[in-house]
Design a protein around this ligand. Structure first.
Ligand code: TMP
Length: 212
């Protein structure tokens, strides 16, 4: 069976993480083996880098390099072996987040990020990219209202409304640059409707059967 690499993206508060588990169960119900993982993180080393990048002050270059360092380890230790086994890899964030947050949010050079993307995601047979990215698109004002009730914010969650406007624009730019890879999920619906939209994107690709 061919592996599938599906990433989940969106600004903080968009609610994407809620839907990973249900989709994992849906694939498992089809007899698929699922690897559920996240970025930054997913390996012991990358989780240590996550703790640093979410909590310690640093400049945008340092931040971008740590994101890609964590990604390199994650790809080598977890994602590539899982895809070779034929797993469905469901990954909470990937490189689109680096373009959206470090690129558009922080204003870091997009050309440098593209170079790093090419190096870090090079498998020897090409540059690894997701087969599909579910982009949970929510107006930043709605996301901010949801986050106001959330846990203590990290270095990203505590950013300004203007930052999240830029991050949202960054996701839109990534989608426009590669529309076939993206499914935009309108995240300003009920959780049930959002779950249905996410599932529909997989049914449309014949990766899951229509719900009975
Ligand atoms: P999470 O809250 O979805 O687990 O993501 C952690 C934070 O890390 C989130 O605020 C977005 C940020 N992030 C980046 O800034 N760049 C990246 O490349 C990734 C993967 C996450």
């Amino acid at each position: 069976m061919t592996g599938l690499f599906i990433t989940f993206e969106g600004i903080d508060g968009a609610g994407k993480s809620t839907h990973l588990g249900a989709l994992a169960h849906a694939f498992e119900a089809q007899g698929r083996r699922v690897t559920l993982t996240r970025e930054p993180g997913g390996t012991p080393l990358a989780e240590k880098l996550r703790a640093l990048v979410l909590n310690d002050a640093m400049d945008p270059l340092c931040e971008a390099l740590l994101m890609f360092a964590a990604r390199r380890d994650h790809l080598q230790q977890v994602i590539e072996p899982a895809l070779t086994r034929g797993d469905v890899v469901l990954c909470d964030r990937f490189t689109d987040a680096t373009f959206a947050y470090q690129g558009h949010g922080r204003g870091f050079d997009l050309a440098v990020l593209s170079t790093l993307e090419g190096w870090v995601q090079n498998t020897g047979q090409g540059v690894r990219q997701p087969d599909l990215t579910l982009w949970f698109d929510l107006p930043p004002t709605v996301a901010a209202a949801r986050l106001a009730h959330a846990r203590t914010p990290d270095r990203f969650e505590s950013q300004s409304a203007a930052f999240f406007e830029r991050v949202a624009a960054g996701y839109a730019a990534r989608q426009q640059a590669d529309p076939k890879r993206f499914a935009r999920i309108a995240a300003d619906q009920t959780p049930e409707q959002v779950a249905q939209s996410a599932r529909r994107a997989l049914v449309e690709r014949a990766w899951l059967p229509p719900e009975a």
